[in-house]
Design a protein around this ligand. Structure first.
Ligand code: SF4
Ligand code: SF4
Length: 406
């Protein structure tokens, strides 16, 4: 009968595996030293603000819509604090039972075994957590040398200590005291949000209080479905169905959409609009990612001097470029001009080669023969072709000449 409990434990295991895998697969990771944001296979640079903005807005609206529709399901089923707190309590209980079974039930021994195991688990969990912000290889090197001198080392040691104290002494008290999500949920929910709801029109409650004893948050769901401590885990639903099932009666506690006890998902205007907003950000994010070029080229004219006349009599204009290779393979960029007859490009090397992950800056001149009746401003295009990506970009530019023929 413990269907919600079993479902929750399976989801907890899946979440733990996902939490473990994400930083190592670069699915979602914010690399602070490299200033890179990894998002589902894309390596975004910190200057790609537009895409990062869309990604963060998309995730934020997913959280808002999920909270409004499903209430605190995240807390009960997906939250790492809940998952690791329950795992810590389970480990403590299992160790105590195991030692007692072997005739070593002294409290100090059970305590020492638990805190020892928790210390090891805290190092592993802190390592995984920090790997979301620091490359795992770099982190492993720091851990191997017991680095507690640099800022990253002190940060790692602090997170380990906080994790240990949290899982040893705080656990689910965090949810009702510090965590802001529970308070935020109160603002996001409405009359159709998913609830854990007690209904007993037939007065069949036998006051066994098993729902209270099994509640991880130590509350009585019968007093109100809107208690801030309730994380919608569904343990009390299993408890009541187990007890009343023995009397061949249905349970009195259920998941329901709102206090009216609707069993069907309500699709009102608010949910429809928010779903459209999520879809909008998802489309924007998809479009921004698909239009993204792995090699970013920026070119700007240097107008500190409009032009200069060389010893060869030609007119020179000066330009600067920046090339950022955001891919994992070397790239080369070929420069050329269009609609500028007689132009010559003075570039140290053309193509410009850029290593993977490297940003290079440089400058070059474009020269033209002096025009007898030339224009002061000639509009032309600078073209860049990227290798190996077959991307050609066009940069509209102007060439400045003396106003009178020389
Ligand atoms: S009242 Fe029920 S759903 Fe809420 S936290 Fe307790 S056991 Fe979970
Ligand atoms: S488990 Fe069910 S029957 Fe027992 S006290 Fe709770 S609501 Fe009443």
């Amino acid at each position: 009968m413990a269907k919600w409990h079993q479902l929750r434990k399976r989801i907890h295991l899946l979440c733990f595996l996902v939490f473990l895998a994400l930083p190592f697969c670069d699915v979602v990771r914010f690399d602070i030293p490299q200033q890179r944001f990894y998002f589902f296979g894309y390596e975004l640079w910190i200057n790609e603000f537009g895409i990062i903005f869309f990604a963060l807005m998309f995730l934020m609206f997913v959280v808002i819509v999920a909270s409004m529709v499903f209430g605190r399901i995240y807390c009960g089923y997906l939250c790492p604090q809940m998952i690791f707190s329950e795992a810590s309590a389970w480990l403590q209980l299992q160790l105590r039972r195991w030692l007692k079974h072997r005739g070593r039930g002294a409290p100090w021994l059970a305590g020492a075994a638990f805190y020892g195991a928790l210390a090891v688990a805290s190092v592993i969990l802190a390592f995984i957590f920090i790997a979301y912000f620091v490359p795992p290889v770099d982190l492993a090197r720091r851990l191997a040398t017991l680095d507690v001198h640099t800022a990253a080392g002190v940060c790692g040691a602090s997170v380990t200590l906080i994790t240990f104290l949290d899982l040893a002494f705080v656990r689910l008290r965090f949810c009702t005291t510090v965590c802001p999500y529970g308070y935020l949920q109160g603002m996001l929910s409405d009359g159709n949000t998913l609830l854990v709801h007690y209904r007993d029109e037939g007065h069949t409650c036998i006051e066994c209080k098993k729902c209270v004893r099994d509640c991880p948050m130590n509350i009585d769901i019968r007093t109100s479905p809107f208690q801030i401590e309730c994380v919608h885990c569904g343990e009390c639903i299993d408890s009541c169905e187990t007890i009343l099932g023995r009397l061949r009666k249905p349970g009195l506690i259920h998941y329901s959409w709102g206090v009216e006890g609707q069993s069907r998902f309500p699709l009102d205007a608010k949910r429809a609009i928010l779903s459209l907003v999520v879809a909008f950000y998802a489309c924007g994010l998809f479009a921004a990612l698909s239009m993204r070029h792995a090699v970013l080229v920026r070119i700007a004219p240097d107008r500190a001097t409009l032009y200069r006349t060389g010893p060869d009599g030609r007119i020179y204009n000066h330009f600067r470029y920046t090339i950022a290779n955001r891919s994992h393979q070397p790239a080369a960029v070929v420069f050329s001009t269009q609609r500028l007859p007689g132009a010559a490009m003075a570039l140290a090397a053309n193509p410009v080669r850029v290593k993977a992950g490297e940003t290079v800056q440089g400058e070059f001149d474009i020269s033209m023969p002096p025009a007898r009746h030339g224009e002061f401003v000639t509009h032309f295009n600078l073209l860049t072709s990227t290798i190996p990506d077959p991307v050609t970009e066009t940069f509209p530019m102007t060439f400045i000449s003396p106003t009178e023929a020389q």
